[in-house]
Design a protein around this ligand. Sequence first.
Ligand code: PMP
Length: 351
Amino acid sequence: MYQSFWREMGSQADHAVPGWQSISYFSDVSNVCWFMEPEFASEVRRLHNLVGNAVASEDHFIIVGNGSTQLIQAALYALSPADAPDPISVVSEPPYYSGYPALTNFLRSPLYRWAGDAKSFQGDTYIEFVCYPNNPDGLMNEAVLNSPNGKTIHDLAYYWPQYTAITHTADHDIMLFTVSKSTGHAGTRLGWALVKDEAVAKKMTKFIELNTIGVSKDSQLRAAKILKAVSDGYEIPNPHKEHKLFDFGRQILSRRWYELREAVKDSGIFTLPDSQLAPCKFSGKMTENFPGFAWLKCEKEGADCESLLRDHKIVVRSGVLFGAGPSYARVSMLDADATFDLFVERLRTIN
Ligand code: PMP
């Protein structure tokens, strides 16, 4: 979806890497996250300050990761007690991002174990994933548990102005972001965590050290260039062209959401979550939400939404993977234009 924006940007976000550059494992040995490029960190802080979506002052540690996927695992490692007899329970309110159970359980760690629905969890020691706007349903979730012994990981991958109103400046203990969703550069494999507690920041850094000895500098420098281009688009006036990524994203997503809602009406058998309206601090306007995913429900009795859509050549993820029933399915709203148009065309014909 974002490709046409970046094409329009011309060479502004290009990044050439000379053969002699970025050879060492190390970037800044004075930083807790010693493999993080200072340029990347400063563009992260600059962008958060511009958008106002998260507190990113100098007293918050930034940890760079190979996508937020690696940071999810680093955070689980960092928040798990090292000496507990049993693995700590990891929970989230359904529907939750399907990556949480998958990433928590795939190595069968003695440190942590997936325990499912946060709402039915009994106990006071846990790690809770909170995602807002939520993948898959776009809602502004809050933590459902609040024990003093519990920990939360806030996944704010979609808390950017193209998807939702920026209603507040988030200030949680661990906040995860990624270029995959903010700028569209999923292939750069770069995410970052904003972390309040130094001991947690050190343990997350240790995890990444043991897992991949850091994060590609080529990717970090490219991401720094991309984030810089986004901030420059708002902060440096350009008389020739407007290069405003969040406005571009909103424009495309608003058209897509309109088309999808019309197609859902035409089909008559699907429903979607209602749209939300809230004042956005970034744009200064009342703003509708345009989630990165459509959380489709098939209202036909006993329907399996995924297989129904698959029969019509629409590939989606079943609601079952998100802790919901098979009547739900998740569809990406961020695919290329041609793919999205085909999806809506096919959806309209199902009844
Ligand atoms: N968190 C959420 C909520 C996501 O939707 C995704 C990607 N689908 C990720 C984390 C992982 O993103 P990445 O590893 O590409 O940064």
